[in-house]
Design a protein around this ligand. Structure first.
Ligand SMILES: [Zn+2]
Ligand SMILES: [Zn+2]
Length: 189
């Protein structure tokens, strides 16, 4: 029987993702995307943009005006709005909202993504209709050791803590072989 030997450690501080430029594995760590293959380097904070909007009553004709402009790199103090009713243009100080331009897949495929750039994780595969995924290779190794451990070892405090974070299908002993096959596929990826 295999023994579980690891002490607990924090492995979720970086993610292996699919590079949006070359589609090879890239790293996301502390909001920085770096690809060792195509040298893409991006900071998630650089992708913050601002949306400015105005919702007022026009001082000329009294009708309601709603206008929004987006794509600002810094929040604008004033924007020029033309009333759609009387065509008068006025400068307003707008309400501001920030948003992050994220990469998105053509459709939502149900794939697991990183929290900064929304890029699909590199280490994910389907196991019996479930998405099995790991943040990075160390995380994959941890899950593998957990899945291969026997029930008695699973009651150890560290493994119990880890268990709380795992989806039920990974913990289900009858899925063990399929999960190990999935892990082997990902190890070769
Ligand atoms: Zn790349
Ligand atoms: Zn007006």
């Amino acid at each position: 029987m295999k023994r579980y030997t690891k002490s607990g450690r924090y492995y979720k501080n970086y993610y292996l993702v699919e590079c949006p430029q070359c589609h090879k594995p890239a790293n996301v760590e502390k909001g920085i995307l770096s690809c060792p293959n195509c040298m893409l380097l991006k900071n998630a904070d650089d992708d913050i943009s601002y949306k400015a909007y105005v919702k007022r009553f026009c001082p000329y004709c009294g009708k309601e005006i709603y206008a929004e402009q987006s794509g600002f790199k810094t929040p604008p103090k004033e924007i020029s709005v033309t009333c759609s009713h009387c065509q008068e243009a006025i400068e307003y100080s707008p309400n501001i909202e920030s948003y992050r331009k994220i990469y998105s897949l053509p459709q939502d495929t149900g794939l697991k993504k990183d929290p900064y750039f929304c890029l699909p994780l590199w280490l994910q595969t389907e196991v019996k209709g479930n998405i099995f995924w790991a943040c990075n290779r160390e995380h994959l190794q941890e899950i593998k050791e957990y899945v291969e451990s026997d029930l008695r070892e699973r009651l150890w405090p560290y493994l119990m803590t880890m268990t709380a974070k795992l989806p039920a299908f990974i913990k289900d002993a009858k899925n063990r072989e399929d999960i190990i096959k999935g892990i082997n596929r990902l190890e070769k990826k």
